[in-house]
Design a protein around this ligand. Structure first.
Ligand SMILES: Cc1cc2nc3c(=O)[nH]c(=O)nc-3n(C[C@H](O)[C@H](O)[C@H](O)COP(=O)(O)OP(=O)(O)OC[C@H]3O[C@@H](n4cnc5c(N)ncnc54)[C@H](O)[C@@H]3O)c2cc1C
Length: 414
């Protein structure tokens, strides 16, 4: 059986390792960090079949331009004279039409629903140490006009076979009896689930180590050796590792790592923030996306995570506290009864979502090489799509036909 090297130990790298390991492959994961932090840890932990509409969708550009003028807004693109950003922006704009959304949504829906099913199997296999709960997710709306739009989306969701419930203000309040709400209503997406992503990452790492997967942690990939159209070795700051089959799963760093082997990828890091309260009195019971507040909250027992924002400002971990203020203010406006204080600035977490122009991931073999596969670009859905991605990666490695059409995830679509 071939040995496989995976660059990147985020959720996509670990889930790919999980499915490949089950098929008997020998896996070596090379990860720059120590697997204790990163985008796959501090996110909101939603498994969201509800998110079948890509980020690039009608209205996002004009709304985004308005938002860019406010320091507390949820969306920001730092204007820069950068060719990659301009090309990414051009394709993002081209993907935001109704026709493109109609073309892309079914593919997003396919991988989301496939992953949702596989997530149940993975939870059964690993044991639920990561607080996975399948009670659904509320799309909470402050204004009636937002709720009307969300009800329309619920109609579309039903066409994809999703189970939804349209809730009046009183009906939502009944679901959250311990806390005062100030909303027009909500839609409950019943197939959605939530989990603690940091604990999921830790459970996966433990499981993979026990299954014989090798980890090279605190090891940064700096280049590759090749013979003809095969990558033969991965060069790192800790030495060179032979490889027969290579998977790049480097998240927002994919374009940098891919460039080391002359592959160009359109992808931008989209920074988001979160903060986790350890103990909240009368905590919320349901995870919720505060739709017109453009942020989200996730409870795990007494703990509560609030998070959001999408800043396209390159690779950096600078925290703009005012944006987190926008998230906190929204949470307080939707839940006036929520007893939480604004977090200390030095405790705010940030992570970089790997964002493709059209909201679909890249899961494909690289044309230039006969032993390189790229898996990434899952933007705000990496946790939701990770199991499906791991399964699809394994199918591609094994030259098997997958359960869903993977052509929409090809690398050369832009
Ligand atoms: C605020 C926020 C909330 C979110 N909420 C959700 C949610 O509720 N549900 C959901 O589905 N998704 C959510 N996401 C998105 C999700 O977190 C990401 O899509 C996912 O974590 C991306 O996983 P990844 O494995 O592709 O990338 P990463 O987790 O970034 O992993 C890539 C890894 O590659 C490593 N790497 C990079 N370069 C090198 C190199 N040269 N050498 C070695 N290693 C390297 C990095 O260190 C990193 O660990 C959210 C994101 C944010 C920011």
């Amino acid at each position: 059986m071939k040995d496989i090297t995976i660059v990147g130990g985020g959720i996509i790298g670990l889930c790919s390792a999980y499915y490949l390991n089950r098929e008997g492959y020998k896996i070596n994961i090379i990860e720059r960090g120590d697997l204790s932090n990163g985008c796959s840890f501090g996110n909101m932990g939603y498994i969201s079949p509800s998110h079948f509409v890509p980020l690039a969708s009608p209205g996002i550009i004009s709304q985004g331009l308005k938002w860019m003028l406010s320091p507390t807004s949820p969306f920001y693109i730092k204007p820069r004279l950068n060719l990659d950003l301009m090309q990414w922006g051009y394709h993002f704009w081209k993907s935001s039409t109704t026709a493109m959304v109609q073309k892309n949504s079914p593919h997003l829906n396919d991988i989301l629903q496939m992953s949702r099913g596989l997530m149940n199997d993975l939870t059964a296999d690993l044991g639920n140490t990561f607080e996975m709960e399948g009670k659904g997710c509320l799309m909470m709306c402050k204004q009636q006009k937002t709720l009307d739009h969300e009800f329309h989306l619920a109609d579309e969701a039903e066409k994809f076979g999703l189970n939804v419930e349209r809730l009046t203000r009183d009906a939502v309040q009944k679901l959250e009896p311990d806390i005062e709400l100030d909303v027009a209503g909500a839609v409950l997406f019943k197939e959605d689930a939530h989990l603690n992503p940091g604990k999921l990452m830790s459970a996966l790492k433990t499981y993979l180590e026990k299954s014989g997967v090798q980890f090279q942690l605190n090891t940064t990939v700096t280049g590759f050796e090749k013979i003809n159209n095969s990558i033969t070795s991965v060069i790192t700051d800790k030495g060179t590792f032979h490889c027969s089959e290579l998977i790049l799963a480097a998240g927002s760093w994919l374009p940098i790592v891919a460039k080391m082997m002359d592959i160009r990828l359109l992808l931008q890091p989209g920074k988001g923030y979160s903060y986790t309260y350890k103990h909240v009195e009368n905590n919320v019971k349901y995870p919720a996306i505060l739709v017109d507040g453009r942020c989200a909250i996730t409870p795990w027992g007494q703990q509560l995570r609030i998070g959001g924002t999408m800043e396209i400002s390159g690779i950096n971990n600078k925290i703009l506290v005012k944006r987190m203020q926008g998230v906190y203010d929204s949470a307080k406006r939707f839940y006036p009864g929520l007893k939480i204080e604004f977090p200390p600035a030095d405790k705010i977490w940030s992570g970089l979502r790997p964002v493709t122009p059209d909201g679909l991931p890249y899961i494909d073999r690289a044309e230039k090489y006969n032993n390189v596969l790229i898996a990434g670009g899952h933007a705000m859905l990496g946790i939701s799509e990770a199991t499906g991605t791991g399964r699809l990666v394994t199918d591609i490695i094994q030259h098997k036909t997958s359960d869903i059409d993977v052509s929409a995830f090809r690398l050369n679509r832009f």
